[in-house]
Design a protein around this ligand. Structure first.
Ligand code: CU
Length: 204
C-alpha cells in the first residue's frame, strides 16, 4: 500500500511538472503571436519586393520592407503607396491593377471613386515610397488608420485589400487630381491573412 502511494505521488509529481513545462512552452509562442503580422509580396513589371505589416501592442500597424525595381520603371524619387480597397492584383487589367479599386476607405462616407474626393484622408493613404538611383527603396511607416485584427477598419475585410505602388509622387493634396495622388499603377501586392509571419521575419 505504502509503496503504491509513494509511486502514485511520484507519478502525480512528474505529471504536474510536465504540465508546467508544456504549459510554459506553449505559452511562449502565443506571446510571440501577439506580434505576428502578414507578408505582402509586391510585384510589377521589373519590380519586386516584400512588405511586412505588423500590428503592434499599442494597435498601430507598421509597414516595412524593401522594394527593388528597374530604375527605368521605378524611377528615382517619390512614388505614391497606398492600401487599396480590393485584394486582387491584375497587371493585365486596363489600366494595370485598376481592379484593386480605389484607396481603402470603408464606412458610410468612404469615397473610393473618384479617388481624389477624400484624399489624403482615406484610411489606406500612406507616406510615399522613396526610391534611390538604383531603383531600390526601403519602406518604414506607421499607421493608426487600419488594423490587422478584426475591426471596422481591418484590412482583412470581405473583399480583402492590396498595396499599390504608383508611377508618380502622391502630393498628399486635398481635392487634387488623380495624377496628383500618384497616377498610374506600377506594382501590386495582395494583403492576405494567410501569409502570417513572425516578428523575427520582419527584417526583410
Ligand atoms: Cu494608390
Amino acid at each position: 500500500m505504502k509503496f503504491s502511494l509513494q509511486k502514485s505521488l511520484f507519478i502525480f509529481g512528474v505529471t504536474f511538472c510536465l504540465v508546467l513545462v508544456c504549459g510554459f512552452a506553449l505559452w511562449q509562442p502565443s506571446m510571440a503571436q501577439s506580434e505576428t503580422g502578414t507578408r505582402v509580396q509586391i510585384s510589377g513589371t521589373n519590380i519586386a519586393g516584400t512588405l511586412i505589416l505588423t500590428q503592434q501592442q499599442n494597435g498601430l500597424v507598421r509597414i516595412r520592407g524593401k522594394i527593388q525595381g528597374d530604375p527605368a520603371t521605378l524611377t528615382p524619387g517619390e512614388h505614391g503607396l497606398h492600401i487599396h480597397a480590393v485584394g486582387v492584383c491584375e497587371p493585365d487589367a486596363q489600366p494595370a491593377f485598376s481592379t484593386s479599386g480605389g484607396h481603402f476607405d470603408p464606412g458610410d462616407f468612404g469615397s473610393e471613386v473618384p479617388v481624389e474626393a477624400n484624399h489624403p484622408y482615406h484610411l489606406g493613404d500612406l507616406p510615399n515610397l522613396v526610391v534611390d538611383e538604383q531603383g531600390y527603396a526601403t519602406y518604414n511607416a506607421l499607421t493608426s488608420r487600419v488594423t490587422l485584427s478584426e475591426s471596422p477598419v481591418s484590412v482583412f475585410d470581405e473583399n480583402g485589400s492590396a498595396i499599390i505602388i504608383h508611377q508618380l509622387k502622391d502630393q498628399q493634396k486635398a481635392k487634387g487630381l488623380a495624377s496628383e495622388t500618384g497616377g498610374g499603377r506600377l506594382a501590386c501586392g495582395i494583403v492576405t491573412s494567410n501569409n502570417e509571419t513572425q516578428q523575427s521575419d520582419e527584417q526583410v
